[in-house]
Design a protein around this ligand. Structure first.
Ligand SMILES: Nc1ncnc2c1ncn2[C@@H]1O[C@H](COP(=O)(O)OP(=O)(O)OP(=O)(O)O)[C@@H](O)[C@H]1O
Ligand SMILES: [Mg+2]
Length: 565
């Protein structure tokens, strides 16, 4: 909570002003019944019209101060809470961008999304309401009681006696509800996840005629959210009626006592008005607790992300072979810290050489790339780039060496130029050179506006093969030292794929290339080919060597290219 509250600090001046105005408005509101009881008890019996008008004028003045003060304070609090929520969202988003892959895996993407959206909303509501009611309600409560004492001490004592009961009820209910709201937010994460999956997978769902099945799956998570929310609300909804009941019982006592103890009608009228004010203040306070419990649950979810340490430790570690662009030395790795997803992986790749990685799905091909780019740290062994352990190179310095197309990469809803350039300030010449090598020039020329052609969201207005070519162009555009293509030519026809490989070898002769592919033809000409099987290297060598020595590779080659090959 501390960290969240610190976001108010830059708006301290406005916050103070809001609190002071709210204070003045609330005090003005409190004075009104007191003046009224004075008019009824002291002025009306005297029939002093001038004095009554004067007092009426004073009442009008206080009413206006109350109105103006409250409106202004509400505006200020909306500004402060809006601005601080903006800051929290910005920091949280930045943090999310910098998180290590393992941290994103453990918090999960849907949960990050709901922390950025609904949790920040609840924090906003908490701050806005607390600034408004947080000053007003206690002042009305304490002031109301104070004026009651001024009017009649004995009656006031009767009223005061019920206040602790109300306080205890609110405390007990709130204590129960905070964990409940934590559960509500968790169910919210589930719903966001299901929704995200359904929207992105809408075509698969339609193709497999699984609309009914998915609707049911969504209904289940939505029902779960509704029922946890219902439970939390049911507990919290006890607060208002319970507060009203206890205070009304107090009111009955006050009226009975008033009948015996106080004869003056003005005092009783004033008292009843203050009683309503005290009642409303109590209800306001209990409402704040409802909003606070939800807001605090959200704040702690946000803070738990902000508190994550995303710095990638850079430490002095022994160097590898300087002549290698990439070297894996007996690398093992596990995503969950239990069973190994990679074990005993070793290979060396010289500058300008190409590495092909082939193997069944789930055999660890992408994992090799994840470790090469240090998205995760190895559990054993070491990964070297240019002879330096990747853990001893600052992240920016390491990643700028790479031009990479990930397996399920993304394009932005922006122009072709912006997608290839990606804010690296590349010239059109550099962009065209990359596009030409990626075999994308021809189709970009055919687009209306060429490089200025706007892509739809997720590049929905391009074909699968066109998307892949743009992604490859983006990877090549900055002339990287190491080019990594993870299964990124699968949508290209054989002839285009062959042209791409030839252009890569010709135009990017000095760059090391790592090519993950399902097709033997895509890796056949590589200087070194790894055949992966269940996280281990089951074959290593050139195409010819592997055809001789690796049964698995031979089997893949035979099914894809015929025995003659
Ligand atoms: N983020 C992750 N968290 C946990 N396990 C993972 C994660 N990513 C991959 N794995 C597991 O690691 C293993 C290797 O995955 P990897 O993505 O490297 O396979 P791959 O060879 O690239 O497969 P494909 O050809 O389907 O892309 C798989 O068993 C997979 O389930
Ligand atoms: Mg993969």
């Amino acid at each position: 909570m501390k960290k969240t509250l610190a976001y108010i600090r830059p708006y301290g001046g406005k916050t103070a002003l809001a609190l002071v105005t709210k204070f003045l408005g609330s005090v003005a509101e409190l004075v009104l019944p007191y003046v009224l009881s004075h008019i009824i008890d002291d002025l009306i019996p005297l029939k002093d019209a001038a004095a009554i008008y004067a007092m009426g004028g004073i009442m009008l003045f206080f009413a206006l101060v109350a109105l103006g003060g409250n409106i202004w304070a509400n505006r200020l609090s909306a500004q402060v809470s809006g601005a601080m929520t903006h800051d929290i969202r910005y920091d949280l988003f930045r943090k999310t961008c910098y998180l290590k892959c393992g941290q994103v895996d453990s918090v999960t993407m849907p949960s990050l999304i709901s922390r950025l959206t609904s949790d920040t909303y609840y924090v906003n509501r908490m701050v806005a309401r607390t600034m408004r009611m947080g000053v007003r309600a206690p002042i009305l409560l304490l002031g109301g009681l104070l004026f009651c004492f001024l009017l009649d001490v004995k009656l006031a004592l009767v009223l005061l006696a019920v206040v602790p009961f109300v306080g205890a009820a609110i405390f007990m209910i709130t204590r129960k509800s905070v964990p409940m709201y934590m559960k509500v937010q968790k169910s919210g994460d589930n719903m966001v996840r299901t929704m995200q999956e359904d929207i992105t997978g809408i075509r698969v769902i339609k193709t497999l005629s699984k609309t009914e099945y998915e609707s049911q799956r969504f209904a289940d998570v939505a029902n779960n959210l509704a029922s946890t929310e219902f439970k939390a609300q049911r507990t919290m909804s006890l607060t208002n009626p319970l507060t009203t009941l206890i205070l009304n019982l107090g009111l009955v006592c006050v009226i009975i006592a008033g009948a015996f103890l106080s004869g003056e009608p003005g005092v009783i009228t004033g008292f009843l008005t203050y009683f309503t004010i005290v009642l409303n203040a109590m209800l306001g306070i209990s409402n704040i607790f409802v909003i606070l419990s939800r807001g605090m649950a959200s704040a702690s979810r946000i803070e738990s992300v902000l508190d994550l340490d995303e710095t990638e430790l850079v430490e002095e570690l022994p160097a590898g072979d300087e002549n290698c662009a990439v070297e894996f030395r007996d690398v093992s790795f596990s995503y969950n810290g239990k069973e190994d997803n990679l074990s005993a992986v070793s290979f060396r790749l010289g500058r300008g050489q190409s590495l092909g990685i082939i193997g069944a799905t789930g055999s660890g091909k992408t994992t090799i790339i994840n470790l090469l780019m240090r998205f995760y740290d190895v559990s054993g062994g070491a990964v070297y780039v240019d002879g330096r352990d990747v853990r001893s190179v600052p992240a920016d310095e390491l990643r700028v060496k790479f031009g990479v197309v990930f397996q399920s990469d993304f394009l932005m809803a922006a122009s072709v130029r912006e997608n290839i350039d990606y804010d690296r300030g590349l010239s059109d010449d550099e962009i065209w050179r990359a596009a030409e090598c990626a075999q994308a020039k021809e189709f970009i020329d055919g687009l209306e506006g060429g490089l200025d052609y706007d892509l739809a969201q997720k590049a929905g207005n391009l074909s699968g093969g066109q998307k892949q070519r743009l992604l490859i162009a983006r990877a090549l555009a900055a002339n990287p030292e190491i080019i990594v293509l993870d299964d990124s030519s699968s949508a290209l026809d054989y002839a285009t794929d062959a042209k791409l490989r030839a252009a890569l070898a010709r135009e990017y002769a000095s760059s090391a290339k790592v090519i993950v592919a399902q097709r033997v033809s895509s890796v056949k000409n590589c200087d070194l080919i790894l055949v992966m099987d269940d996280g281990k290297i089951s074959g290593k060598g050139t195409h010819e060597e592997l055809i001789e020595s690796c049964a698995e590779y031979r089997a893949i080659a035979e099914t894809q290219m015929g025995v003659a090959e």
